[in-house]
Design a protein. Structure first.
Length: 320
């Protein structure tokens, strides 16, 4: 059995970063507070991405007042499928995925039907701040429901997988895909039971997964392998992630994407405080990779060209 000293030494050797180091050395040091609204409000993020020419899911409606709820049903009548998101939501809380209709009722992604009154009640809770950071009153986005790429058909349970890429000073340093499970109720959220699967930066191939505290190679619901999946349009995803440095003006940021079968990569949201479970999914620490980018910064060799930053990442950040 390893001693605490031996465990600490092993963690240092692989460059595993803890939350204290992340907050002090990267979030606080590289993310200016005045730029947080660019990523903390999904509506602002969407508008900035569109201005930068980056693709996002279509926006159908924005709800900011209670009186708008009654007229919303008619506004959405032409959309069989859509997603409701709190603009300041966190961790997937409050996201409502509608996949169809039955009369005046809405069918959720888990197959359950909601009455119009239940639908309005959910949105009213969102407006009141039930799902937002800090519990403050919020506004809601209603947008296009992503149809995920068929490459994920066998490794996702009733939900849309998403891809997270952590970007430091414009360099993609680590990536994973989050796969919905029965436990997560079809949501791609690790804290609710989704699977995190590490992605090799140079190749775009999945390596291994983590489900809670368990290292896995197969999806627990579909029993198909999650290893060796080639992420479609990988270079395009890396290029888009690198460009989010200029978009957000944040030095350390997580960029979340979905791969739509018709529209390709779409930016879902940005996160100024991306979690650290991505390291477990990859079986590798972030710290060594971040230090390599800091070395470029110290030498005055940071590139302003996203393509050059992606090329550096593909050369220096393999997942072994």
């Amino acid at each position: 059995m390893l001693t605490p000293f031996e465990i600490a030494r092993r963690l240092r050797r692989i460059g595993l970063m803890g939350i204290g180091c992340r907050n002090a050395e990267f979030v606080l040091a590289y993310n200016q507070r005045r730029f947080y609204p660019r990523v903390d409000d999904k509506l602002v993020t969407k508008r900035l991405a569109l201005e930068a020419g980056l693709p996002v899911p279509d926006l159908y409606a924005v709800v900011s007042e209670e009186h708008q709820l009654a007229e919303l049903h008619e506004k959405l009548r032409c959309h069989e499928q859509f997603v409701v998101k709190p603009a300041h939501g966190s961790g997937g809380d409050g996201i409502l995925v509608i996949t169809g209709r039955r009369g005046d009722r809405y069918r959720r992604s888990n197959g359950h039907l909601m009455t119009a009154e239940e639908f309005e009640h959910h949105l009213s809770n969102g407006l009141s701040g039930l799902f937002s950071l800090g519990g403050h009153p919020d506004h809601l986005l209603i947008e296009y429901c992503v149809q995920f790429d068929p490459v994920f058909d066998q490794v996702s349970y009733k939900g849309v997988p998403d891809i997270r890429i952590i970007v430091f000073l414009g360099y993609p340093v680590m990536a994973m895909i989050r796969l919905p499970t029965r436990l997560s109720d079809g949501k791609a959220n690790l804290h609710q039971g989704a699977i995190g699967v590490g992605i090799d930066i140079p190749t775009g191939l999945t390596r291994r997964g983590v489900w809670g505290t368990e290292i896995i190679r197969d999806h627990p619901d579909t029993e198909h392998s999650i290893v060796g999946i080639e992420i479609p349009r990988w270079d395009e995803l890396l290029q888009m992630a690198a460009r989010c440095y200029e978009l957000s003006q944040l030095g350390y940021v997580g960029v979340d994407f979905v791969l739509d079968r018709h529209r390709g990569p779409l930016i879902l949201e940005l996160n100024a405080r991306p979690g650290l479970a991505i390291q477990i999914a990859n079986g590798s620490g972030l710290l060594h990779r971040l230090r390599k980018v800091q070395a470029l910064e110290a030498e005055g060799r940071l590139s302003a060209d996203p393509a050059e930053r992606v090329a550096f990442a593909r050369e220096h950040f393999p997942t072994t």
